[in-house]
Design a protein. Structure first.
Length: 459
């Protein structure tokens, strides 16, 4: 939409998730081009010019779009497998399948993952892709292309592994890269695809997979590469007790100290999971402003444990929410993570005081924007920020009897998405994608899942 054309949204409840948690019981939002021009209580100002569309949002809650901070899109075509395994056993069971993915499979899986998130209120997604089998094609290009076509704001965390079975790692030898190959391919991906502008739709991060699947050299050199190129860093950290044991046995220190020794703590870093963190670890993350992608459903699915999210937030650690790969979170959408983050953390030591509804919503919006380094552009509804927002319908049977719409959104069933805007462009209407054919994606993902299963069985 042209910068001088406006969309006016009226008669809606609004949760801005700004620094003051400003809310309006009945208000308006004005979008001009790809920015939020104004918002506030009551109807939109009279006399606005060049209004292309007016939306009567009675019965709706408007929030910032959800921001996903950790995912593995390719796993969409391996859902429902190894359902009763812990992390290491799950990886051993699935790596022989994942090691045989190719470009058409990854493209279809990315479309499925993105479609499920987008229709459920995600406006900014990320993918940590680290499996690059030899001869598998342009996997990064396929993922980025799928996000571009879907119309979702996107960060590709270009992952890598160089520790295979022969080195004591878990993936097959033909599914990993060399140290030099991984660094060169990562740099090329950044140079080809990363956009550092304010309204960037595509960004790239440097993302070696995990301490037990990459060499110390790849971690250290990856951090240097990211800082030379001016991009962010991402990896898995402190996910399980087995990982902690691995780090102590191999490196003589715990995961956080190991990451710090390789340059992997800092305000340009975020890590997935961070379940097994002691007070010293949390203090180190807070001191360095290292971010965390909290993935409550996946942590529960793999029996990894309960992350100390209330303690992290109290210490000042930036925390966002992540779907994680759909081989460990088969639902594949982020709205349930708002609810699960709140409920699962109440099973921990803080009990009912762990998180409330507004803290959960902040994790899924502004917290995610912080973790991705984009809090100046997205994550809250404020004039001048990018027009990434969602209209949740709250007057149906599922929510109408709950007086507080934020409580209804977080505690209640998944709310219908009447409209979702990314960069001022509507991508969802009445729960359906406007940018993709969901039926075609479902058929493609089914076909590619079957093809992958057949190839794996034949091997």
């Amino acid at each position: 939409m042209a910068a001088d054309r406006r969309i006016v949204i009226d008669n809606c409840a609004i949760a801005t998730v700004d620094a003051h948690d400003t809310e309006y019981a009945c208000g308006h939002v004005v979008i001009a081009g790809n920015r939020i021009e104004s918002l506030g209580a009551g109807p939109a100002p009279e006399g606005l010019r060049d209004v292309a569309r007016r939306i009567d949002a009675s019965g709706h809650l408007v929030t910032p779009g959800l921001v996903n901070t950790h995912h593995h899109f390719y796993q969409w075509i391996t859902r429902g497998l190894a359902t009763d395994h812990n992390l290491f056993d799950w990886l051993v069971a699935l790596y022989p399948t994942w090691a045989r993915i190719d470009e058409p499979m990854v493209r279809a899986a990315a479309q499925g993952s993105l479609a499920m998130m987008a229709r459920g209120g995600v406006t900014t997604a990320m993918d940590h892709h680290y499996v690059f089998p030899h001869g598998s094609g342009d996997l990064s290009g396929a993922i980025i292309g799928a996000a571009r076509d879907m119309g979702v704001r996107f960060t590709l965390a270009r992952g890598s592994m160089d520790r295979s079975e022969k080195d004591g790692g878990l993936p097959p030898d033909f599914a990993v890269e060399t140290l030099d190959g991984a660094l060169a391919a990562t740099e090329e991906t950044v140079r080809r695809h990363h956009d550092s502008s304010f309204d960037a739709m595509t960004q790239v991060a440097v993302a070696p997979c995990s301490p037990f699947s990459v060499s110390t050299e790849l971690l250290r050199d990856g951090a240097r590469l990211a800082r030379r190129l001016g991009v962010r860093l991402h990896t898995h950290g402190s996910e399980t007790v087995e990982e902690e044991k691995f780090c102590h046995e191999l490196f003589g220190m715990g995961p956080t100290d190991y990451f710090e020794s390789t340059g992997w703590l800092g305000e340009d870093v975020w890590m997935a999971h961070c379940v097994h963190m002691n007070d010293s670890d949390i203090a180190a993350f807070a001191r360095t402003r290292t971010g965390v992608a909290h993935c409550p459903s996946s942590n529960a699915r793999l029996a990894a444990g309960i992350a100390r999210v209330p303690d992290m937030l109290a210490a000042g650690v930036p925390v966002g929410l992540g779907v994680d790969g759909t081989a460990s979170n088969e639902s594949g959408e982020l709205h349930t993570e708002l609810r699960n983050a709140l409920l699962i953390n109440r099973l921990g030591g803080h009990k009912e005081a762990a998180l409330d509804a507004r803290q959960a919503l902040r994790l899924g919006t502004y917290g995610g924007a912080q973790v991705l380094g984009r809090a100046a552009q997205i994550g809250s509804l404020e004039p001048g920020k990018l027009a990434d927002l969602v209209l949740w319908r709250m007057d149906t049977l599922a929510h109408a009897s709950i007086a507080d719409p934020v409580t209804a959104l977080v505690f209640g069933a998944a709310a219908p998405v009447t409209a979702s805007f990314v960069n001022g462009r509507q991508i969802v209407e009445d729960g359906r994608l406007l940018t993709a054919d969901e039926g075609a994606i479902a058929r493609a993902t089914r076909d590619e899942a079957r093809r992958l299963a057949r190839i794996t069985a034949e091997a």
